[in-house]
Structures are given as C-alpha cells and as structure tokens.
Write a protein that binds this ligand. Structure first.
Ligand SMILES: [Zn+2]
Length: 77
C-alpha cells in the first residue's frame, strides 16, 4: 500500500513548493465514492474483496476469524 501522505509531507517541507503543488494537481489519489478500494478493514486497514460489510462489520476475513467469538458470533469455530 503506497501511502501518498508521507510523500506529500516531504514535498511540503521543501523550500521550493512547486513540486508539492504539481503533485496535488496531477498525482494525488482521488477520494473514492465507491469501489473495492473504498472497503477498508477497520482493524488492519486491508482493502478489497475479503472485507465483510454485512451487519456493518467492516472487518476483513482474517480479522473476523480472529475476533468473531469476542464479537458474539457463537457458531463460529
Ligand atoms: Zn483486517
């Protein structure tokens, strides 16, 4: 997962701000309104198909497996 915020911070700390301005104009990731990249696990931050949205869980399958019993899912082994 490339984190653009780190790069943007580095560019903004430079004395010459034109690169930061150009980055914002041309290379900044869009804020997504829908799509798989928008589904994010609230425990580990994983995105994509493995994220369970049912019952507003918003956990990925791996995290769900680890914490299901503590959430009150009884039939889960
Ligand atoms: Zn997760």
């Amino acid at each position: 997962m490339g984190d653009y915020r780190k790069l943007l911070k580095q560019l903004e700390q430079k004395s010459n701000k034109t690169k930061a301005v150009k980055f914002k104009k041309h290379n900044m990731p869009k804020a997504r309104s829908n799509g798989l990249a928008n589904n994010k696990c609230r425990r580990c931050g994983k995105t994509g198909k493995g994220v369970i949205k049912a019952y507003h869980l918003n956990y990925c399958r791996n995290c769900f497996r680890e914490i299901a019993s503590s959430l009150g899912f009884k039939k889960y082994d």
